[in-house]
Design a protein around this ligand. Structure first.
Ligand SMILES: Nc1nc2c(ncn2[C@@H]2O[C@H](COP(=O)(O)OP(=O)(O)OP(=O)(O)O)[C@@H](O)[C@H]2O)c(=O)[nH]1
Ligand SMILES: [K+]
Ligand SMILES: [Mg+2]
Length: 363
């Protein structure tokens, strides 16, 4: 039996047991066992129970991971935005596994993952930190939940934990071409002036990695850290939205100040404040767009939009409609903000916008 099952057995037994003088010790013992198992769960994982409760299948149009200190309100948010109930309580580490829910927004299914709270040292295996971070790496967006009533040091600490395991938040992948070669030494070039690194430093960094033959081309003014990220190759670049919860507990001036910070949304899960705006921002940060199809002579099908990513072309849309459509494509008519005229005749490389309407004309 795994620890989680043992915990749930004990919880059930506690619920079954009548509370009176005669059962006092029995209940006390059960609670002590429960506490022991809970603390075991918070120890670094042994090989046998590595991902227990964390292997949740990816599903839907996008995946969002809820990362935050204990008791900031992650489970409350999941239970509020999705049909899934995740236990919320005033004590820390209420949530011990990964609990998936689905947000149904503008016809998209967004998978929201509730996770155990993480603390300083998580990346070194404190608590269930390592498993939590492993899940975060698989997400399309990190929702970093913070307690608006607490000092903002939490945010920096969490960022540091994620940074230390190669997760880069709200950063673009450095535009450096890098390729290890069999011979020929270092070929170093740049397409712009470099003010933060030079050939010598690049060479020293590469030697540190025992790389002596490589092609390096800087396409922007990057620094050493960014080069190291490129060499390491296991970095993930994720958008991050900072969600400050419990604004029902702070002054309006303070709410206003926090709301003006970049990449930040203020909410109260308990009072259901500003959750609509949070969903709007989720949509934005996930780069989701919705495109409607239209048949000749019919009105657009506004009930059943295609959920796609920003930057998709007409060709992508064709593939999303039917896998053979792109081959039969002659041209398309598009209505919406992506065109100058409505409708406009476009080719396969035309880039679609959110809420565009498209009619494909076949050969
Ligand atoms: N005042 C206030 N309290 C809230 C709000 N949202 C959640 N809480 C309370 O905060 C406490 C913790 O909530 P949880 O949802 O269990 O927090 P969590 O982040 O999932 O906690 P762990 O699973 O232990 O990491 C509960 O007592 C909630 O009722 C809010 O908007 N305002
Ligand atoms: K809690
Ligand atoms: Mg929780």
């Amino acid at each position: 039996m795994g620890i989680l099952e043992k915990i749930s057995e004990i919880e059930k037994e506690i619920a079954r047991t009548q509370k009176n003088k005669a059962t006092e010790y029995h209940l006390g013992l059960l609670k002590a066992k429960l506490a022991k198992y809970r603390s075991q769960l918070l120890e670094p994982p042994k090989k046998s129970e590595k991902g227990e409760g964390f292997d949740v299948l990816k599903s839907g149009d996008a995946r969002v991971a809820l990362i935050g200190f204990p008791s900031v309100g992650k489970s409350t948010l999941l239970s509020t935005l999705t049909a899934t109930e995740s236990e919320a309580a005033s004590y820390e580490f209420t949530t011990l596994t990964c609990i998936p829910g689905v947000i149904d927004y503008k016809g998209a299914n967004i998978q929201l993952l509730d996770l155990p709270g993480i603390i300083e040292g998580a990346s070194q295996g404190k608590g269930r930190g390592r498993q939590v971070i492993a899940v975060a790496r698989t997400a399309d967006l990190v929702l970093m939940m913070l307690d608006a009533t607490k000092q903002d040091v939490q945010r920096g600490l969490l960022e540091k934990e994620l940074e230390s395991v190669g997760i880069r938040l709200n950063k673009k992948k450095p535009n450096i071409y890098f390729k290890v070669k069999k011979g020929g030494g270092l070929s170093f070039n740049s397409t712009c002036p470099l003010t933060r690194i030079d050939e010598k430093l690049v060479q020293m960094i590469l030697h540190e990695y025992k790389i002596f033959n490589a092609e390096v081309l800087f396409r922007e003014d990057c620094n050493a850290d960014e080069l190291i990220d490129v060499i390491s190759a296991n970095r993930v670049y994720l958008p991050c939205l900072y969600v400050y919860n419990k604004i029902d507990q702070i002054s309006i001036e303070e709410v206003d100040r926090i709301a003006r910070q970049p990449n930040s949304v203020v909410v109260s899960c308990n009072m259901k404040l500003n959750l609509d705006y949070l969903l709007e921002q989720l949509w934005e940060y996930l780069s989701l767009i919705r495109v409607y199809t239209k048949k000749p002579g019919d009105p657009p099908d506004f009930d059943d939009g295609l959920i796609l990513r920003r930057g998709v072309t007409v060709e992508h849309v064709c593939h999303a409609i039917h896998r053979t459509l792109a081959a039969a494509f002659k041209y398309a008519l598009v209505w919406g903000t992506s065109t100058k005229y409505s409708p406009q005749r476009v080719g396969v490389h035309h880039i679609m916008h959110d809420e565009d309407v498209i009619q494909v004309v076949k050969k």
